[in-house]
Design a protein around this ligand. Structure first.
Ligand code: COS
Length: 383
């Protein structure tokens, strides 16, 4: 795909950083299920923690194609770092920057951007996953504050984030109308973090429950207008889904490169296995699908920057790139044979485990199909 000179230079810079600073720990943090806190200052220094925030609030803004490239390049070597950066930027920084007051932006964004501290996003609940409008957490007005109660689950960076943006019901109105958003700080009374989840993949990322018991939240920490929480997180997820597409793309690229290298060097019957048509056809399909996914991810990114509605394109990008990611990682292991089935110089098995999340997080593939179907049917159903 044709990129501008600046975008190509940006890719080169992030790839060099990812290869040099992130890749060396990727296998170890996966095996040890350890969140690499030592990476945070490096990521902040590279500007990777403030990509969707203006300089005024400590950000290092880039266009959304570059943002996708950054998530792709980090994920190419380490899915855990890819998800941490995608969630922090798209779900943590973005809603504060987009919907927050100047005071909230000044209070929270510089710590998250230049300061290298993580922000989290608490939307999913035990009984509100795909049906995000079924949120049960509540925020009640008491004296000079909101009192927040509820439980959020599978929250990325829950244990390491200094604050989270959380949704809660502020009225008895059923469905999506009575939902609002708030910023809650980790150190406040009643804000408890659950145990770390033992996950199949992305084991170097931090995922846990958040429990809120009578957490006193100042009125000024309400994010955006009352009752607009659902719309705001749907807008937030439009961007987040592109970044999950970029993550899937990076994992696919990483696994493909493992298979490609192996096909060029591993000998069978006196010849590299890449000389066999069976392997050539697989590699050709993988390369083609990755490139098609890249077009969708970068295309949705360009639409975000153009300021046009891109919910359908973001859902398509996530849906397709995630499914390509899963297919490519699976095929890569098949080409690598036993070298791909074990932890070793070809980390395709880690990528295979990591990429599964892309079909689930920030809306399952089924949810993406709902979003796409609703949009494409609009033209014939509303007449
Ligand atoms: N941008 C702006 N507004 C949006 C929007 C978007 N992308 N999507 C929906 N809305 C608005 C709608 O316009 C509607 O507003 P009005 O009532 O004023 O018309 C309102 O939000 C409700 O939308 P809708 O009727 O589509 O809500 P549903 O409950 O039917 O939503 C799905 C269904 C499945 C699409 C939604 O619940 C969803 O995306 N679920 C998955 C959640 C998810 O991704 N969770 C993972 C979290 S990991 S961080």
């Amino acid at each position: 795909m044709l990129l501008t000179k600046e975008q190509l230079q940006f890719r080169e810079k992030i790839r060099a950083f990812a290869d040099e600073k992130i890749a060396p720990l990727a296998t170890q943090i996966d095996l040890e299920q350890r969140f690499p806190t030592e990476h945070l200052p490096l990521l902040a220094e590279m500007g990777l923690m403030g990509m969707v925030v203006s300089e005024e609030y400590g950000g290092s803004p880039v266009d959304t194609v570059c943002y996708s490239i950054a998530v792709e390049e980090l994920s190419r070597v380490c899915g855990s770092t890819g998800i941490t950066i995608a969630a922090h930027n798209s779900l943590g920084c973005f809603p504060i920057f987009k919907f927050g007051s100047d005071e909230l932006r000044k209070k929270y964004l510089p710590r998250g951007t230049k300061g290298g501290e993580l922000l989290a996003f608490g939307l999913t609940e035990p009984d509100a996953g795909s049906d995000a409008g079924a949120t049960k957490s509540t925020a009640e007005k008491k004296d000079d504050h909101w009192l927040v109660n509820g439980t959020k689950c599978f929250i990325t960076s829950a244990s390491h984030a200094f604050a989270s943006i959380d949704t809660a019901r502020t009225s008895d109105e059923p469905g999506v109308k009575g939902i609002s958003s708030f910023i809650l700080e980790k150190d406040w009374d009643g804000y408890d973090i659950g145990k770390k989840e033992n996950k199949m993949g992305l084991r170097g990322s931090d995922t846990a429950f958040l429990h809120f018991t009578d957490v006193k939240v100042p009125f000024e920490n309400q994010l955006g207008a009352l009752g607009e929480g659902f719309k705001h997180f749907m807008i937030t997820l439009d961007g987040g889904r592109v970044s999950i597409g970029a993550m899937a793309l990076g994992l696919a690229q990483g696994a493909y490169e493992c298979a490609l290298k192996y096909a060029g060097g591993h000998m069978e019957n006196g010849k590299p296995i890449g000389t066999t048509q069976a392997v050539q056809w697989q590699l050709a399909d993988m390369a083609t699908e990755i490139e098609a996914a890249r077009y969708l991810v970068y295309g949705a990114s360009q639409m975000k920057d153009a300021g046009v509605k891109y919910s359908k394109e973001s859902a398509m990008a996530k849906l397709y790139a995630s499914e390509v990611g899963n297919r490519v990682c699976f095929q890569a292991i098949q080409i690598l044979g036993l070298e791909g089935f074990q932890t070793g110089p070809y980390p395709a098995e880690r990528m295979y485990r990591d990429v599964k999340l892309c079909e689930i997080g920030e809306g399952t593939s089924e949810v993406q199909r709902i979003v796409v179907a609703r949009e494409v049917l609009k033209s014939v159903m509303n007449k």
